[in-house]
Write a protein that binds this ligand. Structure first.
Ligand code: ZN
Length: 298
């Protein structure tokens, strides 16, 4: 068990790393660790996470009431979001919240990181869904994250940032790094125009590795073969990942990400590119106009 002094030093160090990596600006973000059944040590409000000192931290009870801290120091404004994670997940002993720009970009675009792309993300975090938008520092935010923290160690907060949970402080921090790293890789793949996805069968194999390597995760992976339907909402019981079935194949080419909303159908060379669905819709429309013009009923 880490000492109080060690935990304070760890929070200072993690805050410094969040700031150095550009995961927070100004006074964004907060870090906490559960030190007893009814005690949480956390960053105070209104400080840059890059320049903290161990004696700045505050201790609260599980209702968020200040128990001890240097004069004038108050708990983080997002304390309720941390407390709901501890309440829902006794295995969670540390929480890190930040606004890493690439992951937050996905949260702003409303695109969850829930596609089977990287083996280590599938085995460790599973999927990274987006909790619905909620006004920061109100009761709305803990209410929005509650259904997700039950089954996920990492999630995005719509138009806000990201949240990572862990069995200890560095465990939670490393998950925040993984979320942002995954977002960066996903963005590059999408800019390049395609993602090769892990097949459903490969995801099942990776899920088996979780057990063999003793990777702890709050819920099993359940594979969804329909993209864009993975927002669990409500009380999900598994980590929903999009992975197409392809018996015998480990990777499945997928170009749909480059053809999502907002993508121009006109290439840089002036060639017009359409998906099969777009082409079918165009043909249907043309046939309809012709048949209507001739007074015929289809
Ligand atoms: Zn925030």
């Amino acid at each position: 068990m880490s000492t109080d002094a060690q935990l304070r030093d760890d929070i200072v160090e993690i805050g410094r790393r969040l700031w150095l990596r550009g995961f927070v600006a100004s006074n964004d973000g907060n870090i906490s660790v559960r030190i007893a059944d009814d005690r949480v040590l956390m960053t105070p409000t209104a400080v840059s996470k890059g320049f903290m000192a161990p004696d700045m931290m505050v201790i609260t009870d599980m209702d968020g009431t200040l128990v001890s801290g240097a004069p004038g120091r108050k708990p983080s404004s997002e304390i309720k979001m941390h407390l709901v994670a501890y309440r829902e997940r006794p295995d969670v002993r540390a929480v890190v919240h930040a606004h890493p720009p690439l992951a937050t970009g996905f949260a702003v675009a409303g695109i969850p990181l829930d596609r089977a792309v990287l083996a280590e993300v599938v085995t460790t975090l599973g999927s990274i869904p987006i909790a619905e938008y909620a006004t920061p520092s109100t009761q709305e935010l803990p209410d929005a994250v509650r259904p997700y923290v039950k089954v996920h160690d990492g999630l995005l907060l719509a138009n806000h940032g990201a949240l990572a949970l862990g069995a200890d402080l560095f465990g939670a921090y490393y998950k925040m790094e993984t979320i942002e790293h995954f977002a960066r890789i996903s963005l590059v793949a999408r800019q390049l125009g395609r993602e090769n996805l892990l097949s459903r069968e490969e995801v099942d194999r990776l899920q088996g590795l979780r057990g063999r390597y003793g990777i702890s995760s709050p819920a099993p992976i359940c594979v969804d073969e329909t993209p864009g339907t993975t927002a669990p909402g409500g009380d999900a019981s598994c980590q929903v990942i999009y992975a197409p079935s392809a018996p015998g194949d480990r990777l499945v080419p997928d170009t749909s990400v480059a053809q999502g909303a907002g993508a121009s159908p006109v290439g840089t060379d002036g060639e017009i590119r359409l998906t099969y669905a777009q082409l079918t819709a165009l043909v249907d429309d043309a046939v309809k106009q012709v048949t209507e013009g001739l007074g015929l009923k289809r």
